[in-house]
Design a binder for this molecule. Structure first.
Ligand code: PHB
Length: 391
């Protein structure tokens, strides 16, 4: 029979073993739970898939592990629906206990994710959504973005169009954070350069009934149009713009999402369009060449900007996790490593600003056949102003 003393000792030993195994878990044993919250249905479905592909390509290159920890994915289709976003992200954080959140595409959904990440302290890496607030007023030590802010491509295109001597522009976009902020960034640079925005048109996300707005553009007769649309909506907009006969009379410009991952579907209607983005086809960047080959081989698809952002989200996670030996609880050390890093991206090397948004070249591209051909650098090492970020 065991005495009280030996019982006590046995309990102590068991407790010590439990503590040890928790520590060992974090270091080596336990899988890294990655919550992928992305759109797998709706107008942004293709974007969500490309992000997942890019992310997984990096993990595969690392032998299925990040910083020595095997990766396990938990997936949620966020449907690009902000009204479901808080519930969706809470499922990943509270029910599934993920170590890190990766998401999403839609700015409204991303803001809900950022709020939960900030409150719970869960690591969040945003692989697309440009919501200025995520690296502005909502910025936090545990929140990172591998993509862009909505302000960035808009601002770069505003500079380009003003320099071209274009004077009067109409804008058209979806009425939500990404559309509003792309136009705002555009307007800031365009008006600084001497241009005027004569009309701002919009429609609710994700509507694609463009006809009345196109009639308005035809009647307004601006020198050019600036737009933000993406995914399925961008395909339809470019086709409708051409079908309305506007392509020949009023040049169309946009944030590069207008023609990224969409060219097969847009066909000749996209030919010749100029856009601004942090990625382009046919770049002379060694990392891009190996990335494109590997992506095409793995998925039998050409990568686009979304695939690059997914890949870079995984790279950021890898850099941070290596610095903490896989221990996601060491948030400050994780952030320090990522903040100091030069990220070897297919888009070209970039670093993160203090607010954790990429400081990056924004390229001017033109559609030639099935490519967004690099024309030049529209804005070198462009940093989002991070208005409202206190960190
Ligand atoms: C956004 O909602 O922030 C968004 C969506 C799709 C894009 C770019 C930005 O291609």
């Amino acid at each position: 029979m065991k005495t009280t003393r030996t019982l006590f000792r046995t309990t102590l030993v068991a407790a010590a073993a439990a503590v040890l195994s928790t520590a060992a878990f974090a270091q080596a044993g336990a899988k890294l739970k990655v919550g992928l919250m992305l759109p797998y249905t709706g107008t942004f479905a293709a974007l969500g898939n490309a992000i997942e592909n890019g992310f997984k390509l990096y993990v595969t290159e690392q032998g299925g592990k990040i910083a020595g920890r095997e990766v396990e994915f938990v997936k949620v289709d966020d449907e690009s629906d902000p009204s479901k976003a808080t519930d969706n992200v809470n499922k990943l954080v509270k029910r599934d206990n993920v170590d890190v959140l990766i998401g999403t595409v839609h700015s409204g959904v991303a803001m809900a994710m950022a709020k939960v990440a900030k409150e719970s302290g869960t690591l969040l890496i945003v692989p697309n959504a440009g919501a200025d607030a995520v690296t502005g007023p909502m910025c936090a030590p545990n929140i990172f973005r591998s993509s862009f802010s909505n302000w960035q491509p808009g601002y770069a295109m505003g500079e380009v169009m003003a320099k071209k001597g274009i004077k009067k522009v109409a804008t058209i976009t979806w009425k939500y954070a990404a559309g509003d902020e792309s136009v705002k960034g555009f307007k800031e640079a365009f008006e600084k350069g001497g241009g005027t925005v004569v009309k701002e048109l919009n429609l609710p996300f994700p509507n694609v009934e463009f006809q009345a707005l196109l009639t308005d553009i035809a009647a307004t007769k601006p020198d050019a149009v600036f737009t933000f649309f993406a995914g399925g909506g961008a395909v339809k907009f470019v086709k409708d713009y051409a079908a309305a006969g506007l392509k020949k009379t009023i040049p169309l410009y946009g944030s590069g999402f207008l023609t990224d991952g969409t060219l097969d579907a847009q066909g000749a209607d996209a030919e010749g369009l100029f856009t601004a983005l942090h990625y382009a086809d046919s770049m002379e960047i060694a990392k891009d060449k190996t990335f494109r080959l590997a992506y095409a081989k793995t998925y039998k698809l050409q990568p686009d900007v979304y695939a690059v952002q997914g890949y870079d989200a995984a790279q950021i996670l890898g850099i941070g996790l290596k610095a903490v030996n896989g221990d996601t609880s060491k948030k400050a050390e994780f952030a320090k490593a990522v903040e100091a890093a030069k990220i070897d991206s297919p888009r070209g090397t970039f670093s993160l600003s203090k607010a954790h948004n990429p400081v990056q070249d924004i390229y001017l591209r033109q559609v030639v056949g099935k490519e967004n051909k690099l024309v030049g650098v529209a804005s070198k090492a462009l940093a989002d102003p991070a208005r409202g970020c206190k960190m």
